[in-house]
Design a protein around this ligand. Structure first.
Ligand SMILES: Nc1nc2c(ncn2[C@@H]2O[C@H](COP(=O)(O)OP(=O)(O)OP(=O)(O)O)[C@@H](O)[C@H]2O)c(=O)[nH]1
Length: 342
């Protein structure tokens, strides 16, 4: 294994920091004005996706989350909830909406001690939540990797983009000291990106959002930039399809399968929603599983999802659902690049 060409090290200048060295979370005016516009969705193509922050207690998850969303105004929708996920924060920046979801078992200050917290049920919940997200941020203290970190890492489903976030970089005196550790970490897990940072430093979290951005799918935003805590109909549509998908395929389908909304249009004066969605699976065999014999299963997934959408929104829904196989690791140019195989 080789180290990535450029482990995403932060710049050393300290703009965005206040005189006492604390980060300035002063939101920039433009983002504030954009968020204040009705609807607030940008023109043109947009990206939107789910991100989970995981790590052992006290590693800085809440600090990072607050820093990621605090600077962006938008929504800190602590109350927002979807059928499956609790949204802990949303950052809308430029064309991209970053939706952070809670991962039970990781976000609480008081995790149950001992093995109970790591029992099979919890593992399953964690796997299911993490299976739906587009990016997992795995937080550790820079230069450290203990048994507690290893336990968390082992719960992350395979095949997800996992970023290694080496936090508390300010406590490391010489950055060069981190290189042997980074190398060991890469041998432990095929991390997609390495991001050493200081969670309290705004320049670092800005940079992190920029690194996450290309991993989020091109699709409409789930939430309007000015919405506060509402569930979004688009997100709900994706969740409903996902729910039917997993219910009707049983345990056969891996949690890495996801649903993406390609189009969500209100037509006929708002009486009809025209929705196009893609179920993304890892392998051809999974595609067959979702489609079923002569397309019966896919038909059922989409009919049941459509009926429920109509019931929930009180509108007629025209729903098209496609199934696509995600290109494998070897085809993924960006990933190969990040491993230094250019
Ligand atoms: N020096 C330094 N301290 C940090 C940094 N990020 C977080 N901390 C501190 O680490 C401690 C734990 O941070 P939290 O954000 O509460 O950690 P957590 O992972 O959410 O903790 P749990 O809720 O217990 O899971 C706090 O005292 C933070 O101030 C950092 O970049 N540098």
């Amino acid at each position: 294994m080789t180290l990535p060409n450029e482990p995403n090290l932060p710049d050393s200048e300290s703009e965005n920091e206040t005189a006492d060295g604390a980060p300035s979370l002063q939101p920039d005016l433009e983002a504030m004005l954009a968020a204040a516009r009705p609807g607030g969705q940008p023109e043109g193509p947009t990206r939107c996706g789910l991100i989970a922050i995981v790590g052992r207690p006290n590693v800085g998850k809440s600090t990072l989350m607050n820093s990621l969303i605090g600077q962006k105004v938008s929504i800190t929708s602590r109350k927002a909830q979807t059928t499956r996920h609790r949204i802990t924060g949303i950052a809308s920046d430029g064309d991209t909406q970053f939706v952070f979801v809670d991962t039970p078992g990781f976000q609480t200050r008081h995790t149950v001690k001992g093995t109970a917290a790591l029992n099979r049920n919890l593992n399953k919940t964690v796997q299911s939540v993490l299976g739906d997200v587009d990016v997992v941020l795995f937080l550790v203290d820079a230069g450290r990797f203990g048994l507690d970190d290893a336990k968390v890492l082992s719960m992350i489903p395979k095949g997800k983009p996992v970023f290694l976030i080496a936090n508390k970089l300010d406590l490391i005196h010489r950055r060069a000291d981190l290189l042997p550790w980074l190398k060991q970490m890469q041998e432990r897990h095929p991390f997609t990106e390495f991001v050493p940072l200081q969670a309290t430093r705004q320049a670092d979290t800005e940079r992190l959002l920029g690194i996450i951005r290309p991993y989020l799918p091109e699709q409409p935003w789930f939430y309007d930039a000015d919405a506060l805590t509402d569930r979004s109909d688009k997100f709900l549509a994706a969740e409903l399809i996902r729910e039917k998908l997993f219910r009707l395929t049983g345990d056969e389908l891996p949690y890495t399968s996801t649903v993406q909304i390609d189009k969500y249009e209100e037509v006929e004066g708002g009486r009809l929603n025209r929705i196009a969605a893609t179920i993304i699976v890892e392998r051809d065999a999974h595609k067959g599983m979702v489609i079923g014999e002569s397309g019966e299963r896919l038909k059922r997934i989409s009919t049941e999802a459509r009926t429920e959408m109509e019931r929930l929104t009180g509108k007629k829904v025209f729903l098209e659902v496609w199934v696509k196989v995600r290109s494998g690791w070897a085809d993924d140019e960006h990933r190969l690049k990040s491993y230094g195989y250019e």
